[in-house]
Design a protein. Structure first.
Length: 80
């Protein structure tokens, strides 16, 4: 994860990127879970840990404050 200020919204239905950026706080480059362990909430737990620990002394980040870079189809399903 890394701090970022803006991101572009990707429409999951068409994979079209909207032209105007929106404000976010945290960017996620990659969350990867081995196929054998998918469906066991591991990625969700990793994301929750990042949301809680990202900014010391602040409450958990809201989901709309997080952006994923170049998500795969599985990543799009996870993020929506």
């Amino acid at each position: 994860v890394e701090p970022i200020n803006t991101a572009f919204l990707l429409l999951p239905e068409t994979l079209e990127r909207l032209p105007h950026p929106f404000p976010v706080t945290m960017g996620i480059h990659t969350i990867w879970v081995h196929a054998r362990f998918r469906g066991k909430q591991i990625a969700s737990r990793l994301l929750d840990a990042a949301r809680i620990k990202f900014l010391y002394g602040t409450p958990r980040l809201a989901l709309h404050q997080i952006a994923f870079s170049s998500p795969t189809q599985a990543g799009i399903q996870f993020a929506t």
